[in-house]
Each structure stands twice: as structure tokens, then as C-alpha cells.
Design a protein around this ligand. Structure first.
Ligand code: ATP
Ligand code: MG
Length: 357
């Protein structure tokens, strides 16, 4: 079991992890999900005692990592797969770790078989492909037959077969009663691999929940929005339970809110937003229209549950075309033109950042 309590880490005035508290239970795969820079690796380093927290604490199986007498048997970790002496063979890399940890030589052969590196184990690790390096890192993590396994983005660089392999390996380790804590920035991957999720954003806890619950909640609430003022809209939408990340071409990806809710917030703020919900299949389309300032703000959400498949496809096509058109027109006009129009009372929105001409 991993227990994290009030964990905070600052680098100068940069806050990497902020007051994070959660428990990783044994017997299930716990995914540690968050966008790039969210603080996943930092949290893992703090759990492993590789970095000192500014505040708070982290324990593994009841003690700080450093206080364990035989740490390799308590925790196996893969943080940086490339931390291997490039001239050493994979076998000797593993043997060196085993010998420093008082682990039998026979265990090296076991983990080599477990990760499928039997054919290449005598080759220099420095020549390994990314995927082979990942497998070697996992072999090293499993050497001590640890009760707790911590892996930082283990699927990075793996091919489809490798990803499938890692999924089943993690599930097997958890089924044996181990604590399995694995980070990723890919929601889809975590939905397939993990049973429980700890989600962070900007160093803070966003959710600590079962995967099924999270997906169900996000199902109506992963919304892609294109807007005239993405920064302002993002600021209005963000909350501890809502994650907003920038997507392609100034679009926003919002999780934790439905299309209706995004429309209502955008409408109330006087921001034009055009978006659609996405959870595998498109489930709804949202058009938020804001009319003359001080007049009514209208958020229109088209619930498409009652439409036929053909009807849905048509609506999606039309809205996509409208989105493309609107995006193009708004980009062409630019914020200054819009701001000027506001002064003349004709505008339908005004980005906060642009100065009044
Ligand atoms: N040693 C350091 N010095 C200064 N800032 C750091 C240091 N380590 C991490 N950070 C900052 O802390 C934040 C969190 O970084 P971290 O690597 O933990 O994120 P992450 O969730 O692992 O991201 P990724 O998905 O890209 O691996 C980032 O903004 C990063 O720049
Ligand atoms: Mg990281």
C-alpha cells in the first residue's frame, strides 16, 4: 500500500505537486493519470525518496521508502528506463542489481523470461530499442519480487503487442495481491489497464475514483470546444473536478462537464463556444450563441439521443462544417475587429485580453 499525505514539492517558485493526498490499495491496478507536467513523475520520485518533499509525507507498506531494510523486496520501480550502463549486457545489468540487493542469480533468469528478453539478454543494453529498454526496466523492477510496483509511463515506446503484454502483466501482478501504481497521460490506455484512477492536474488531485465511474462521468463530459476566447473560457470552466487542456488549433478539451454545462457557462460569460461531446462516439452537439451584450445569452444544446444514426451523422456533418467555417471566419477577423464592433454595439463578444481601441 502507498500512502501519500499532504505531499507538496516546490522547485523555487514552481509548484510541481500541491497538497496531494491519496492511498494506493493493493490487489488492483491504480492508474496515475494527468497531462504532461501534471506532477506524476515528481510524485513518484517523492514516494521513492529520490527527492525530498517541501511538505507532507509518503510511505510504502507503512514506512518511508528509505527506512525499508530490503527496499527491492518492498518496491520495484521503473522511473527512467534509460538508466542503464550502455556497455553492459542486459543480463549483467540485472545481475548487478540483484547482487547489490541480495537477490539470487536464479531470479535474474526468471524475470528475463517474464519480460520476454530471453533472446537478447546477452546483448549490450545500450543498443536496445526503446521497447526492449522498457522491458529491461520492468525486469529490474520485478527482481525483488516486490509487494509494490511503481511504473512511470511504462507503455511509452511499446508496440501494440508490447502494450497488450504490459496490460496483462500489470493485471496479473495486481491479482497476486500486489500494489500496482502506474502513470500515464493517456486516458484511453488507463481505461483499459487500470481498475482505479488517481487523476492529477497542475500538481493537484482532481479525482480518486474507479475507472468505470470516471469514464461514465467523463462520457458526457469530454467536450471539445472551439471558442473566440479560449483563455477566458478555460478560466471560467476550470474547477477541482473539471480539467481543461488546450487542443489543436486553439480548441479546448474539457473533461468533467457535459456539453450543456459548457454551453451554459460559456453563454453566461458572453463567449461564443462551438463544441461537441466526445466519448468514443459523438453523443451530443453543442452550439452556444451569445446575442447582443446585455440581451439574452442563449446556450443551445442539441440532445441527439432521439435521432436516428443517419440523422446524427447529418447533424455532426453540418456542425463540423459550421465549426470549420466559424473557426476560419473568427481567425480571419481577428480580435481587434471584434473589439471595435463591440464599441459600435454590434459585437457579440469581446475577448478579455484585447484592449479597447
Ligand atoms: N527538478 C526540477 N526542477 C524544476 N522543475 C521541475 C523539476 N522536476 C519537475 N519540475 C516541474 O514540475 C512540474 C511537474 O513535472 P513532472 O515531471 O512531475 O510532470 P509529469 O506529470 O511527470 O509530466 P510528463 O507527463 O511530461 O512526464 C513540471 O512543470 C516540471 O517542469
Ligand atoms: Mg513524467
Amino acid at each position: 500500500m502507498i500512502q501519500v499525505q499532504g505531499l507538496t514539492k516546490r522547485y523555487g517558485d514552481k509548484v510541481a505537486v500541491e497538497d496531494l493526498s491519496f492511498v494506493v490499495q493493493p490487489g488492483r491496478v491504480t492508474g496515475f493519470l494527468g497531462p504532461n507536467g501534471a506532477g506524476k513523475s515528481t510524485t513518484m520520485r517523492l514516494i521513492l525518496g529520490l527527492d525530498a518533499p517541501t511538505r507532507g509525507s509518503a510511505t510504502v507498506n507503512g514506512k518511508p521508502y528509505r527506512r525499508h531494510v530490503a527496499p527491492l523486496r518492498e518496491v520495484g520501480a521503473l522511473l527512467e528506463a534509460r538508466s542503464v550502463h550502455p556497455g553492459r549486457s542486459a543480463y549483467h545489468h540485472l545481475l548487478a542489481i540483484a547482487q547489490t540487493g541480495g537477490i539470487a542469480r536464479s531470479r535474474v533468469d526468471e524475470v528475463v523470461d517474464l519480460v520476454g528478453l530471453g533472446q537478447v539478454v546477452r546483448r549490450r543494453a545500450g543498443r536496445f530499442s526503446l521497447g526492449m529498454g522498457q522491458r529491461l526496466g520492468i525486469a529490474a523492477a520485478l527482481l525483488g519480487d516486490p509487494r509494490t510496483v511503481i511504473l512511470d509511463e511504462p507503455v511509452n515506446g511499446l508496440d501494440t503487442e508490447g502494450i497488450r503484454w504490459i496490460r496483462s502483466l500489470l493485471r496479473e501482478l495486481a491479482a497476486e495481491g500486489r500494489t500496482v501504481f502506474v502513470s500515464s497521460h493517456l486516458m484511453n490506455e488507463m481505461a483499459l489497464t487500470a481498475q482505479h484512477l488517481i487523476v492529477i492536474g497542475r500538481g493537484r488531485l482532481i479525482a480518486d475514483t474507479g475507472v468505470a465511474d470516471f469514464v461514465a462521468r467523463a462520457g458526457g463530459g469530454v467536450v471539445r470546444v472551439r471558442s473566440t476566447d479560449p483563455e477566458e473560457l478555460a478560466a471560467r470552466l476550470r474547477s477541482p473536478s473539471v480539467a481543461v487542456s488546450p487542443g489543436e488549433g486553439g480548441a479546448l478539451t474539457v473533461s468533467g462537464l457535459s456539453t450543456d454545462e459548457v454551453g451554459r457557462i460559456a453563454g453566461a460569460a458572453g463567449i461564443i463556444a462551438l463544441g461537441r461531446a466526445k466519448s468514443g462516439a459523438v453523443v451530443g452537439v453543442l452550439v452556444s450563441i451569445t446575442t447582443i451584450p446585455a440581451a439574452s445569452n442563449v446556450g443551445v444544446a442539441l440532445a441527439m439521443g432521439t435521432l436516428s444514426e443517419a440523422g446524427k451523422s447529418l447533424v455532426i456533418l453540418l456542425v463540423n462544417l459550421a465549426g470549420l467555417l466559424a473557426g476560419g471566419v473568427l481567425t480571419l477577423l481577428g480580435t481587434r475587429v471584434w473589439a471595435r464592433r463591440i464599441e459600435k454595439g454590434r459585437a457579440i463578444f469581446r475577448p478579455k485580453s484585447s484592449p479597447r481601441p
